[in-house]
Design a protein around this ligand. Structure first.
Ligand code: CAA
Length: 446
C-alpha cells in the first residue's frame, strides 16, 4: 500500500508581536505569571497592516513550493482551513491561488479548491481530504496543498484576549512523504456543543471554562474511538503527542488525562499504585459527584509523580515551544505543535525515523480527532529548512497602544488606516478592495 502523508511543511507568522508578560499583563493589572506559567504563553503573533489570512497563507505556500521546486501543475488540490474567512461564498483558496499565479508562469486552473470549516480541527480535516483523494487514486500523480491560516482575535477585554495569535501553516500532502505518514486508523469524539462559536460575527462568543471541559471530553472520546480500531495505546508507544494548543496550559490538562487513560490496567498503574493508589473506578462510588472528586484528587497526585513528569517532559512539553511564542493559530495550532516536536528532536539529535506520533486535533462546536503518524526518512532535512525562529525574532514588538491600533485595523467593523510597522519585502501584501468589495493583493519585491 502506498504511504501517504505530509511531505513538507512551511510556517509563516504574523509579523508583529505582543509580549504578554511585559506589555499585556501590566495594562490588565495581572500578574505576568498568569500568562507565562498559568496559560503557558509568552507572546502572541499579530498581522501587520498589510497582512491577513490570504497573505500569510500565500507566503507560507510560496516558501513551500519554492523549497520543494514545485510548479502549479504539480498541485492537484488546494484546501484552505480557516475560521477567519471574510467571504461566505468565494473560498480563501482562490485568493491564495491568485496570489501564487502572480509569481509563477503556470496556473492552478486544474486544481480543485475549497475551504474547510470546523473551528480549529478543519486543518486536520483538510489533511484527511487530501489523504483520501490520493488514496482513492484521483490525484493523477499530483500533490495536495493544505493551508491552515487564521487571525485568532478576540474582542478586547474578553478572557480569550490573552490567547490570540496569527499565522499560517502550509503543508504538502503526497505519496511517499518525506516528513510523516498518516495512519489509516482514526478516532472521533464529536457532539453538538456550544462552547465557542462565531455566528456571523468576527470575534468569538466563548464560554471559556466550558470550552476547556468540552475539549477534554471530546478528546477522551476520540482516544477511545481510536483505540477501538488500533488497539490499546500505551504512553511508551509514541515519541511525541502533539495536541491542538489554544494555549499550553490546556495541553497540560490534556496530557494528564491522556496519560491516566493510557496507563489504566497496565503495569505502570500497578507500579504507581504503591505511591498514589489505583485510579478510582466509578463502580466503587455511590454517586458521580464523589467519583469525580476522587478522580480530581488522583489526577493531582498523578501529576506530581516522577513517572508522569518524565513522560510529559519528553513526550508533550517539546510540542509547545513554538506555541508559547506565537499564541493560538486555530486551524494551524496542532500543526505547529507537530513541527515544534520534530524541531526539538532535530536540535537534540534524536533519531526519530520510524517512530510514532499520536496527534490530537480539536475544534470547538465540537469535535476531536486522534490519529497516529510514522516519522519518515527525510524528516530531519524537512524540519531543518524551517526558519520560524528567525521569523519570530524579526517580529516588531508592539507597545499596548500600538496593539490596540492593530487590533482595530483588523476589526472588520472598523476602517482604520495606518502605516505598516514592518517593511514588506519578498512577500504578498493586502493592497485594498476592488469594485465588488473583493480583497486585492500584490507581490512586493524590493
Ligand atoms: N501564577 C501562575 N498561574 C496563574 C496565576 C499566577 N499568578 N494566575 C492564574 N494562574 C493560572 C490559573 O490557575 C489557571 O490555571 P489552571 O486552569 O491550571 O488552574 C490559568 O492560569 C488561567 O487562569 P484563569 O483560569 O483565571 O484565566 P481566565 O479565566 O482569565 O481565562 C481561559 C482562561 C478561560 C482559557 C481564557 O483564556 C479563554 O476564554 N480562552 C479562549 C477559549 C479557549 O482557548 N479555550 C480552550 C479550549 S477550546 C479550544 O481549544 C478551541 C480554540 O482554539 C479556541
Amino acid at each position: 500500500m502506498t504511504a501517504v502523508g505530509i511531505d513538507a511543511i512551511e510556517i509563516w507568522t504574523g509579523k508583529l508581536k505582543l509580549d504578554l508578560a511585559e506589555t499585556f499583563a501590566p495594562e490588565k493589572g495581572e500578574d505576568p505569571e498568569k500568562y507565562t506559567k498559568g496559560l503557558g504563553l509568552h507572546a502572541s503573533s499579530f498581522p501587520d497592516a498589510h497582512e491577513d489570512i490570504v497573505t500569510m497563507g500565500a507566503n507560507a505556500a510560496k516558501r513551500l513550493m519554492e523549497r520543494k521546486g514545485l510548479e502549479p501543475e504539480d498541485i492537484g488540490r488546494i484546501d484552505v482551513a480557516t475560521e477567519s474567512a471574510f467571504d461566505n461564498s468565494k473560498p480563501v483558496s482562490t485568493y491564495i491561488a491568485g496570489c501564487l499565479e502572480q509569481v509563477y508562469d503556470g496556473d492552478f486552473h486544474h486544481a480543485n479548491k475549497g475551504e474547510r470549516k470546523f473551528a480549529c480541527i478543519a486543518g486536520t480535516q483538510s489533511l484527511d481530504d487530501a489523504y483520501n483523494w490520493i488514496k482513492a487514486g484521483r490525484n493523477r500523480g499530483r500533490a495536495a496543498l493544505v493551508v491552515a491560516t487564521d487571525t485568532a482575535l478576540y474582542a478586547r477585554g474578553d478572557p480569550g484576549e490573552a490567547t490570540q495569535g496569527a499565522g499560517a501553516v502550509a503543508m504538502l500532502i503526497d505519496e511517499d512523504p518525506n516528513l510523516v505518514e498518516l495512519s489509516t486508523e482514526q478516532g472521533y469524539g464529536s457532539a453538538d456543543e456550544t462552547d465557542f462559536l462565531k455566528p456571523n460575527q468576527q470575534f468569538p462568543s466563548v464560554d471559556g471554562k466550558r470550552s476547556m471541559q468540552v475539549y477534554l471530553a471530546r478528546m477522551r472520546e476520540a482516544l477511545e474511538d481510536f483505540e477501538s480500531v488500533s488497539g490499546d495505546t500505551h504512553p511508551d508507544d509514541f515519541a511525541y503527542i502533539p495536541f491542538h494548543t489554544p494555549f499550553p496550559g490546556m495541553v497540560r490538562k490534556a496530557g494528564l488525562l491522556g496519560y491516566r487513560h493510557m496507563i489504566r490496567d497496565t503495569p505502570v498503574e500497578e507500579e504507581l499504585a504503591e505511591e498514589i493508589g489505583f485510579q478510582p473506578r466509578e463502580e466503587n462510588f455511590e454517586d458521580r459527584e464523589s467519583y469525580e472528586e476522587a478522580i480530581r484528587d488522583h489526577m493531582d497526585d498523578l501529576s506530581s509523580t516522577e513517572a508522569y513528569r518524565d513522560w510529559y517532559a519528553a513526550t508533550v512539553e517539546p510540542t509547545l515551544s513554538i506555541s508559547r511564542e506565537v499564541g493560538n493559530w486555530y486551524t494551524g495550532s496542532v500543526h505547529i505543535a507537530r513541527a515544534s516536536a520534530l524541531k526539538t528532536a532535530a536540535e537534540e539529535g534524536i533519531d526519530l525515523t520510524g517512530q510514532k506520533l499520536l496527534v490530537g486535533s480539536y475544534g470547538s462546536g465540537a469535535q476531536a480527532e486522534i490519529h497516529a503518524e510514522t516519522v519518515a526518512d527525510e524528516w530531519e532535512d524537512e524540519i531543518e529548512a524551517l526558519n520560524i525562529d528567525d521569523q519570530n525574532d524579526a517580529r516588531y514588538d508592539l507597545d499596548f497602544e500600538e496593539y490596540e491600533k492593530v487590533h482595530d485595523r483588523h476589526n472588520h467593523d472598523k476602517t482604520i488606516e495606518m502605516e505598516d510597522f514592518t517593511v514588506p519585502d519578498g512577500e504578498f501584501v493586502f493592497t485594498g478592495r476592488g469594485r465588488m468589495n473583493e480583497r486585492l493583493y500584490d507581490y512586493v519585491d524590493n
